[in-house]
Design a protein around this ligand. Structure first.
Ligand code: M6R
Length: 367
């Protein structure tokens, strides 16, 4: 089943171009004046003026990205809650709030618990889910509906293709909201979809640089700690990069909003702690350049993820992951890939059980 790959994780990372294409193509259409999103009762979305997303782990990181996309495209306020927190909190909800659950497995106990608690309060529910006919899918099917990510089976405990397809799903949902509340017109939405369709090709080009990423992994695999910094849409990507790293390589990694560094984590920086800085124009670029300088001034080793033409940052970095040019729509998908491969190669060097890390289960069906 693993084919040419040694690990499911590696195979699943490389499956992302197809998984994303399958999740996007033919899933959103216009039928006359109406918008159609597969699996979703768009009538139920018409009166929605607030969204709450619940999820855990990597799915929560895609929720963080979804918040930014929906707020930007559809101008609807979005709150995000860890499912484990939401279910025991008396969160303020009203009848025009849509509660979205995001889950790869559809069987995560905390997310099921959160959705059940929202359901008992009469809230409209929608699921973004990868596993067909799972508990979460069933909870939402007679409600606002289920948008299935088409990642295919994800076997490795660490989530990769489920994550990027969830972000794709959230894009389509944001565009649907934007049409329904007239934030965007049909022409603008079709243009956005064309842009999304280019993602698989761009990802292919990043996957082709795997050898360079593996070399960077050689340089840092013996570290005990690592920090991942990002701003804007790259902040959740930093959290996801750190989660992948700790989960499969057991190297202690923390993700932080770069602006928070000076509020504590800066105390950790020395020559032994590599700092991964995620930078892109439009995502607090100038500010993150100065964060990088702060790290360098404290003898930190800087690993920069940036545009391949960003000579200024490349010159200032000790190591780098270079991306082709991407605008903010494509950026989170593309930026996630080198960090997944990075964690994979560090794990290979450290000799951990990549597909089945200790103490973890693929779906967390207990609290
Ligand atoms: O199946 P789910 O998306 O509900 O799972 C949520 C988390 O348990 C999951 O994303 C976990 O954090 C992964 N192991 C991360 O790689």
């Amino acid at each position: 089943e693993k084919g040419e790959y040694k690990h499911f994780l590696h195979k699943e990372i490389h499956e992302q171009p197809k998984a994303i294409a399958d999740t996007i193509l033919g899933r959103l259409k216009f039928k006359g004046q109406n918008i159609w999103l597969e699996g979703i009762d768009t009538q139920k979305l018409k009166a929605i003026n607030r969204v709450l997303i619940v999820a855990c782990g990597t799915s929560f990181h895609s929720a963080m990205i979804g918040k930014q996309i929906i707020e930007e495209k559809a101008k609807i306020p979005v709150e995000i809650e860890l499912a484990s927190e939401f279910r025991y909190r008396n969160c303020i909800l009203d009848k025009n709030t849509l509660v979205i659950g995001i889950s790869q497995s559809g069987e995560t106990a905390d997310t099921i618990g959160a959705l059940n608690s929202a359901k008992s309060r009469g809230m409209a529910l929608l699921a973004i889910c990868n596993a067909i006919d799972s508990a979460i899918a069933r909870l939402c099917e007679d409600d606002a509906g289920i948008f299935y990510t088409r990642a295919g089976p994800e076997i490795s405990v660490a989530s990769t293709k489920a994550f990027t397809t969830q972000v794709a799903a959230l894009h389509l949902l944001a565009l649907t909201f934007a049409y329904l509340n007239k934030s965007l017109h049909k022409g603008e939405i079709l243009k956005e979809i064309e842009k999304l369709k280019t993602i698989p090709k761009v990802i292919e080009s990043v996957l082709a640089c795997e050898k360079d990423i593996a070399k960077v992994a050689q340089n840092v695999a013996s570290a005990d700690h690592m920090l991942f910094l990002g701003r804007g849409i790259l902040y959740p990507i930093a959290l996801e990069g750190a989660l992948k790293m700790k989960e499969i390589s057991y190297l202690h990694a923390e993700g932080y909003a770069a602006g928070e560094m000076k509020h504590g984590p800066i105390a950790l920086i020395d020559e032994n702690m590599p700092v991964v800085v995620l930078a892109a124009k439009g995502q607090g670029y100038e500010k993150i350049v100065s964060n990088l300088e702060e790290v360098k001034a404290r003898n930190g080793r800087v690993l920069v993820l940036c545009d391949k033409n960003d000579k200024k940052l490349i010159k200032r970095s000790d190591m780098n992951f270079l991306l082709p040019f991407c605008d903010s729509t494509i950026l989170p998908f593309v930026a996630a890939i080198p960090l997944q491969l990075f964690a994979y190669h560090v794990a290979l060097i450290r000799g951990t059980d990549v597909d089945q890390p200790r103490n973890l289960a693929k779906s967390v069906t207990v609290e």
